[in-house]
Write a protein that binds this ligand. Sequence first.
Ligand SMILES: [Fe+2]
Length: 314
Amino acid sequence: MSVLRIGHINIRVLDMDAAVGHYTNVLGMEKVHEDENGNVYLKGWDEWDKYSVILSQADKAGMDHIAYKVSSDAALDEFKTKIADYGLAVEEEAAGVLPFVGRTLRFSLPSGHVMRLYAEKELVGTAVGNTNPDPWPDGLKGAGVHWLDHALLMCELNPEAGINNVAASTQFMIDVLGFYLVEQVLVGPEGNIQAATWLSCTNTPHDIAFVGGPVSGLHHAAFFLDSWDDVLKAADVMAKRKVKIDVTPQRHGITRGYTIYFFDPSGNRNETFAGLGYLAQPDRPVITWTEDQLGRGIFYHTGELVESFTSVYT
Ligand SMILES: [Fe+2]
């Protein structure tokens, strides 16, 4: 049994029309469904399952839940036992509670973020199909993102109070869900406080990341692009459409990825992320960034942390 990959993220938005405009015209996703409650479902052109983003109207921005796809239906039963044995409450939901999705497990990470696991989601295929596919489809809009790549979740970190939900959620992902640690930031006088982690269940440098902050929240949801050129073009799209950019095209020290950070109309941070960085492997030695080099880890060129980058999230 294993976790295959990130499946979708459910983002809370304040203005649905503005949000749908952003995710379709800026990111270039396709609206594939709207349910009876007004939730909107979107898909990247290179994704084969039905959707990877759910937008839900709410009074407060942020993340409703994040979902990962597991290897089989039987794996859900095994994960249910493991999660319960770890001491976390886990609830099973019937097929169809999430549209086009089989039965799910719903639980909260130690950091409080709601996570779902599922084994089945309706297969619709990529926009170029499976037979003699072209490398990209005609008619892409905006940045033309391939797929939802990862999310970074903010976790409460208060060493004085003995709270480190970065470490707690990281340990859960490793011990229960079978992820492995790829990179970490260690801080504090002894250099032993795990303040940020990047974890993988595939061969990319991160399928989920956790960073410490005053309260739990969503730092960003990231969408994959092929290359640095695509990242530059995505920034052009954002400028044309007057999207609020948080950080212009840059390279990360951590993961080596190429990046832009920007905000959806509700203030949720998005990232367009390109480059594999490197091939992550479970036996590859964990990369550690020290507190004095954290700025270079996040923004490799300037080496300086942007104030809003660590203090503003939903
Ligand atoms: Fe990211």
